[in-house]
Design a protein around this ligand. Structure first.
Ligand code: CAA
Length: 494
């Protein structure tokens, strides 16, 4: 069935991914130490993680990284990969639930980094932050797409960036589902990657306590099993809302989709969601083309589990859902980026020649809100229009330390980095030592410490682009000024 758009074209023109260089290997020291704490052995815990939850590694930001630097890095990859002229960008919107400032938009920090790095003023760019747990980036994408489509940006395009650090307390059941990363997307009226379907995307929102983060904490509070139930209930609710508003179009688009992407805090969650959606699509395909009535939460999960075991579902899942999941187990949860990391994985895996077909996105944010929306992948074997290259982003450093980019953390290194964030306060305004000093990346350079008649900046985060690490002795005052290397940078003092 073909469905025509009733509005001007808009969509994702290109996408890029940034993942921190550090990670925890969940099958190594972490499992050996956590297993006895959880009353089990390392082999059983590893099996639970790989088979029951679907995770292998979790990306961890270094001491000089935060959600703003990751966002700027993802944007830089996109800008450099596309040779984008920033003068043609009219809007930069960031979806995050782990921002760096309780007041200022994280987008303004990112804009500042890009503006200084590329040596141009970007003061014409609207730059909000949108927060609603993991669905924030979808609301950001919706806003950016509407602005581009409306012509209000006067021919300019937009950047949408997702950036997040998933952090739970050590020893929490959610600890193994941590992760970090950022995804940047170029949104244009002539999208070369995915054209969004034209209808308004209905939202559903319910005031829930499944997952939240109190203002004083850098770690999320989550009621694990309940959060899974709320997620699946929101999938049902948004499916019903979408069908109620635009029944024939939505049903048509869902039934003809070749790819299904889900918010993926951990890969098995996507499988649970896929089983639920598969049951509903099966009902829609039935003679009465109607949704089956929902039962109790427990009964629904039982039916999902039965379906998930069937050969039909397994084959459908392997073909239509699994290709988007292949990198999540090596990164972990990226909250507002997780759905878009899945999308990048999908297009990266398909390659330019294999692209085409309709994509259904299910976006979910705890607390809780959800949306279903669809788009069409541009087909054809033209230029590579995405700059995802995820395999390169995730490649391990080799023994020489020159090829690849990722390296595993010891448990002690991980726990030090994990605890840093809980310790940040006005009494401790210094950037801690990095595990890997910044190189060719944006980095948190220092915190402001001044409260004088001339300047007040206590706690302000100063960022810089570090081309390569260098020893203090190598950096003359002139070279420091030329490189705009901050005097206080922790890595320069090591
Ligand atoms: N071998 C194979 N499988 C095993 C196993 C073993 N040795 N031991 C256990 N398993 C299986 C279990 O049977 C279970 O499978 P099913 O889901 O199919 O039932 C699975 O492993 C998980 O085991 P538990 O249910 O015992 O898991 P847990 O109590 O450790 O908690 C969790 C799992 C709830 C996901 C927890 O990791 C958590 O709280 N995560 C964070 C919250 C989260 O991500 N929620 C998702 C919805 S909310 C959301 O999506 C927003 C967001 O980004 C946070």
């Amino acid at each position: 069935m073909s469905v025509s758009n009733d509005l001007a074209a808009v969509g994702i023109d290109a996408i890029s991914v940034y993942v921190p260089r550090l990670y925890v290997d969940l099958s190594a020291e972490w499992a050996r130490v956590r297993a006895p704490e959880q009353g089990t052995d390392a082999a059983t815990l590893t099996q639970k993680l790989t088979k029951g939850i679907g995770v292998r590694r979790m990306a961890i930001p270094d001491a000089h990284e935060d959600s703003a630097t990751m966002a700027a890095m993802a944007a830089k990859r996109l800008i450099d990969g596309l040779a984008l002229n920033l003068a043609n960008i009219g809007y930069l919107v960031v979806g995050t639930e782990t921002t760096v400032d309780q007041s200022k938009s994280i987008g303004a920090y990112v804009l500042g980094m890009l503006s200084r790095h590329y040596g141009m003023s970007l003061s014409h760019v609207g730059c909000p932050q949108i927060q609603f747990a993991c669905i924030g980036t979808t609301y950001a994408l919706e806003a950016a797409a509407a602005l581009v489509r409306s012509g209000q940006l006067r021919g300019r395009s937009a950047l949408v960036i997702a950036t997040d650090i998933a952090r739970y307390p050590k020893g929490d059941p959610g600890e193994c589902t941590q992760g970090a990363g950022a995804v940047a997307m170029h949104i244009s009226a002539a999208p070369r990657l995915l054209e969004l379907d034209g209808l308004h995307w209905p939202s559903i929102t319910v005031d829930e306590r499944d997952f939240f983060r109190p203002n004083w904490s850098s770690e999320a509070v989550v009621d694990g099993q309940y959060s899974v139930d709320v997620y699946l209930d929101c999938l049902d609710r948004t499916l019903r809302a979408s069908l109620e508003q635009h029944r024939p179009e939505t049903a048509g688009r869902l039934l003809e989709s070749q790819h299904f992407l889900f918010h993926t805090p951990f890969p098995r969650m996507a499988e649970h969601a896929a089983a639920r959606l598969y049951r509903r699509l099966r009902a829609l395909r039935g003679p009465h083309a109607t949704l089956e009535p929902t039962a109790s939460v427990r009964e629904e999960r039982t039916r999902d589990r039965e379906v998930a075991k069937s050969d039909d579902f397994q084959a459908w899942f392997a073909k239509h859902c699994a290709p988007a999941l292949r990198h999540i187990s090596d990164v972990g949860n990226t909250y507002s980026g997780a759905l878009y990391l899945s999308f990048a994985s999908l297009v990266d895996g398909l390659g330019a020649a294999g692209r085409g077909g309709r994509v259904t996105f299910f976006s979910y944010g705890s607390g809780a809100s959800a949306k279903l929306f669809t788009g069409s992948l541009a087909s054809g074997g033209g230029d590579v229009l995405h700059v995802a290259e995820i395999a390169g982003v995730l490649a391990d450093l080799d023994a020489t330390g020159t090829v690849g980019r990722r390296r595993a953390l010891s448990l002690a290194e991980y726990e030090r980095l994990h605890d840093l964030h809980q310790q940040q306060s006005e009494a401790r305004l210094e950037v801690a030592a990095s595990v890997l000093p910044p190189r060719d990346e944006f980095a948190l350079a220092r915190f402001g410490t001044e409260r004088s008649a001339q300047r007040v900046d206590v706690g302000y985060r100063y960022y810089d682009y570090v081309a390569a690490p260098r020893a203090v002795a190598d950096v003359t005052p002139t070279a420091r000024a030329e490189a705009s290397l901050p005097e206080e940078a922790a890595w320069a003092q090591q």
